[in-house]
Design a protein around this ligand. Structure first.
Ligand SMILES: Cc1cc2nc3c(=O)[nH]c(=O)nc-3n(C[C@H](O)[C@H](O)[C@H](O)COP(=O)(O)OP(=O)(O)OC[C@H]3O[C@@H](n4cnc5c(N)ncnc54)[C@H](O)[C@@H]3O)c2cc1C
Length: 462
């Protein structure tokens, strides 16, 4: 419970206009982009929007003293309920911390505050010929703090990796208000535990990330887009597999099944080859037009060897944008087919992709629920989308059954519950199955060491 006196103290730290407690504000911070239903008990008592790490520190010191739960929040684009305050208290929103503190061109690193939008960071660096590769599809609104807290991935992960591959250092405010700086610009650093990696992907349960030092790479000079149609999903997967084995690494390799293709065609009013069962959209990049043309030829040879029906190289930026628009608009296209689209995010060893898709089709039949399958074929990250109606009690049991079996299918082939969206609330019931008792005990021991009063994002992960 936050007393008026504590509210007054917080207002004197962040300014009265940045500590909000109207019903409307509390409602606005009670949900995110997951399918966790709206509940009055998920409203924070106070929304706090600090501007500096010092302010975060002072707020955390107060929260610690009075054992007030604090739920960090970026843009609330999370898919697993991570920024929903389950125990009231403070919703600590970092959206005013939007300074890009330094672009160090010499060392190819950028320091940004937590609330900087991913796309703004990308553009800022791109203007100097530097490339920040992690590109979650939410990058127009997600924040760097949220990306680090979720270890966000994106389409370019197959070649360039995920957020953690770029985190060099962090400024983190700990549960008691201590400001910790960890990591730095030295490329090799084994001085003590690797704390920056511990906080990366910690979903706001171990500390408040206020600043990130991120590694950059030179921006590729040329980019191209390829589209390949297949008579089966297996052929598409085999193409990706063989390309990577032959050291041909596209920047992105996105696959869509027939159901997804139909959804896109319907949504965009386009026609679709009746024999096409799957489509691969790829981005290739390099230093010259010749290098791109050579990559495209190599990929065409592999795809045709795997039975591709059609191979297309985008001839203009407009054509490329159109091909990617189909992929980027896919979740909206699929979502338009049913009252609810339950988008999952399993990650499996790359060679198990077709097997898991086969199992998902069986699950779809068994529970009588359509499931669109698409994802990042290059890194085994599948996004099965269950089409259903969460408001229909008749479907509830079937939905749960289907979700349970999808996770079981991922774990059975050595995969995991989440490739990029984290655990949050929605995947909690499955985490012990994924990590085992020893894994959970270790997580809890780390949590207790860093947040002994349990005030940071309580009720998440396990
Ligand atoms: C349309 C759409 C497409 C998406 N595509 C992708 C994708 O391609 N790849 C991908 O990985 N994800 C994707 N996501 C999920 C989401 O955008 C990412 O997880 C993103 O990193 C969340 O950033 P955010 O700023 O919105 O964080 P929020 O949703 O606000 O928070 C996410 C979690 O991080 C914690 N957190 C936020 N900021 C901080 C901080 N400063 N310090 C400590 N903890 C913090 C929160 O407590 C919460 O647990 C998508 C979401 C949408 C809606």
């Amino acid at each position: 419970m936050i007393t008026d006196k504590i509210k007054h103290q917080i207002r004197s730290i962040v300014g009265p206009e940045n500590a909000l407690d109207s019903d409307l504000d509390r409602f606005g911070y009670s949900y995110d982009s997951s399918y966790v239903p709206l509940r009055p008990e998920n409203r924070p008592d106070l929304v706090v929007r600090p501007l500096t790490a010092r302010e975060v520190s002072s707020v955390m010191a107060l929260a610690s003293e009075h054992e007030i739960p604090v739920t960090p929040r970026g843009a609330a684009s999370g898919r697993t309920g991570g920024s929903i305050p389950l125990r009231g208290g403070i919703s600590l929103c970092l959206d005013r911390m939007t300074r890009i503190v330094e672009l160090d061109e010499g060392n190819m690193m950028v320091t940004a505050e937590a609330g900087v939008r991913t796309i703004d960071l990308y553009n800022h660096c791109a203007a100097k010929g530097l490339f920040f590769p992690p590109d979650p599809a939410s990058w127009k609104f997600s924040t760097i703090g949220g990306n680090v807290a979720e270890n966000a991935g994106g389409m370019r992960a197959v070649k360039y990796g995920v957020t953690s591959n770029y985190v060099m250092g962090l400024e983190v405010v700990l549960a008691d208000g201590t400001i910790l700086k960890t990591g730095g610009k030295a490329l090799k650093n084994v001085t003590g535990y690797d704390l920056k990696s511990l906080f990366t992907g910690s979903e706001g349960t171990l500390g408040i990330i206020t600043q990130a030092l991120l590694r950059l790479i030179p921006m590729p000079k040329k980019r191209g887009t390829l589209q390949v149609m297949f008579g089966s999903l297996e052929e598409g997967c085999a193409t990706v597999h063989r390309m990577l084995q032959a050291a041909i690494v596209p920047a992105a390799a996105e696959i869509m099944d027939r159901f997804s293709l139909e959804a896109v065609a319907k949504y965009r009013g386009t026609s679709l080859d009746p024999t096409a069962q799957a489509c691969l959209i790829m981005e290739i990049d390099g230093e010259s037009d010749e290098a791109l043309a050579s990559q495209a030829r190599q990929i065409q040879a592999v795809a045709e060897g795997c039975g591709a029906l059609a191979f297309r190289v985008a001839q203009s930026q407009q054509e490329s944008d159109e091909l990617w628009a189909a992929r980027r608009g896919l979740s909206s296209a699929v979502a338009s087919l049913a009252p609810t689209r339950l988008g999952e995010d399993i990650s499996v060893p790359r060679d198990a992709f077709p097997e898991v898709v086969r199992r998902i089709r069986v699950i779809s039949e068994k529970y009588g629920l359509p499931i669109a399958v698409y994802g990042h074929a290059g890194d085994g990250n599948i996004h099965p989308s269950i089409l259903c109606d969460l408001g229909n009690p008749e479907q509830e049991k079937r939905i749960h059954g289907a979700v349970d079996e999808i996770f079981a299918a991922a774990l059975a082939v050595g995969g995991t519950l989440s490739g990029e969206h984290g655990i949050g609330i929605t995947k909690q019931p499955y985490i012990t199955q994924a990590l085992g008792d020893a894994g959970i005990k270790t997580l809890i021991a780390v949590k207790k060491a860093l947040d002994p009063k349990g005030i940071l994002n309580p009720g998440k992960i396990w």
